[in-house]
Design a protein around this ligand. Sequence first.
Ligand SMILES: Nc1nc2c(ncn2[C@@H]2O[C@H](COP(=O)(O)OP(=O)(O)O)[C@@H](O)[C@H]2O)c(=O)[nH]1
Ligand SMILES: [Mg+2]
Length: 299
Amino acid sequence: MGFFDKIKTAFQKTSEKISISIVGKKIDENFAQEIEDALIMADVGVETAMELAKKISNRKFSKETTNLEIKRFLADEICAMTKPYEADFFRADLSHNPEIILIIGVNGNGKTTAIAKIANIFKKLGHNPTLVAADTFRAAATEQLSHWAEKLKVDIFVGKDKSDPAGLVYDALKQLKKNNDMALIDTAGRMQNRNDLLDELEKIKRVIKKIDESAPHKTILVLDGLTGQASHNQVEVFQRRIGVDGIIVAKLDGTAKGGAIISLTQKYKIPIFAIGIGENIDDLKSFRADEYSKAIMGI
Ligand SMILES: Nc1nc2c(ncn2[C@@H]2O[C@H](COP(=O)(O)OP(=O)(O)O)[C@@H](O)[C@H]2O)c(=O)[nH]1
Ligand SMILES: [Mg+2]
């Protein structure tokens, strides 16, 4: 499957939800309202959906307007809204050596998988990342990351069972090999006792700063695309306590809530570093507003 086809397939459930309000509908006074409802159902967010519906009303489409024209109109509007949040995360030239990247987020959102995918991309760009298994909370987490390191043939730093994550990160960064120009730090993400987690993350951040005051160079929050808008409150908490430079929305394949990226960007104004559209190692892509807006409109 081609690159764009894969993205289009990932967002198919979302585009079908929106399409119902357009295809075969009479363009009358109810038309904009129906589109607004469908957009809300696709997790676009009430405010944004209202804004888009208003644009549809103001545009005064004639009865002869085709479905495709309306979809194109909406796609263009969505593209303009989300374009400022594209990012150039995957670049061949790194500004720091080592580039220290901290991955945070709630348990099960897709952090560990995202790290493997990120390492794979940077390795292909000629870099030599090391993975840091700082999720010492679950034994399986280290195993999972080790499995990826082996598969990708990248270095990994593993501490002792149940060791202190901040201490582990410090040791890992102290012991980086000369040729490791990137460190990808995996962290634990417990949803309950969230304060413990955030305290621990703050501590990890302080330890990183002891090694390099300018680090972490990127702190990435991983969200679960299946949760849609419901995961947006996580942004607030992590942003306030830890700081977030960019977001990865994982598991967008198969969700009907793909519109949530629009509300996410409009509300928090944080760049989308990448989107996860499958469980395979290659299924992490840069967020591109034109591809995204076309995919969710099914064009
Ligand atoms: N379909 C799909 N599954 C994903 C994606 N990213 C992660 N997963 C799955 O989600 C589950 C949790 O991922 P994991 O990386 O362990 O989450 P973590 O707890 O945040 O580290 C695993 O079963 C992954 O295979 C994605 O983009 N698409
Ligand atoms: Mg994990």
